[in-house]
Write a protein that binds this ligand. Sequence first.
Ligand code: CA
Length: 231
Amino acid sequence: MEKSNILIIEDEAKIARFIQLELQYEGYNVDISHDGREGLNLALQNDYDLIILDVMLPSLNGMEVLRRIRAVSSVTVIMLSAKSEVTDKVMGLDIGADDYMTKPFAIEELLARIRVCLKRKVNSTPVIEDDVLRVGKLIIDEKRHIVAYGDENIELTKKEFDLLKYMLDNKSMVVTRDKILERIWGYDYIGDTNVVDVYVRYLRSKIDNKFNIKLIHTVRGVGYQIKDEEE
Ligand code: CA
């Protein structure tokens, strides 16, 4: 069986090194980052089987790192926190951590949880989920070109589809009008820049208004954001 690749994002060098040695001894390939932003980049650029992510990190905290990873990836994440605060744990799990451990912990417990997480991943049936983007009950199935809210299909034009997909690719992040214009209409677009607002309105009438929800948010003076308030 191939070795699993694990990334540790933890700024306390001694702890990171200790976990790395233990994991290597167990036969895993292990990378380390001591910085939130650098760790995020590593996570996005490489194909890890599991990420161990500390909450308190320099440059970008662990919650934000997790949020950004989750916008594009379902990689297994175990969060570490020095705090035993329940809110931290709940927040981490809400954002999409697979497991959560409070420091200090026994290394044996971490190893056991890693084994469980990796096994769960192997056992879960072939993941078609990879091609499905979702926010709340709204999903986009890229391969089958389907948009649905719950079990009700939503008919979108090509541009509306592209716009919604781009926003979901950047779920919970604010996308500027310029960026949307550039990505969906292209650099050389010379029409009215209000086109973005017009299309966001179309999406709202077909999604938010129709299902009486609020997923598409306006960030005044900046752009738009798609997120589920409940998530
Ligand atoms: Ca830390």
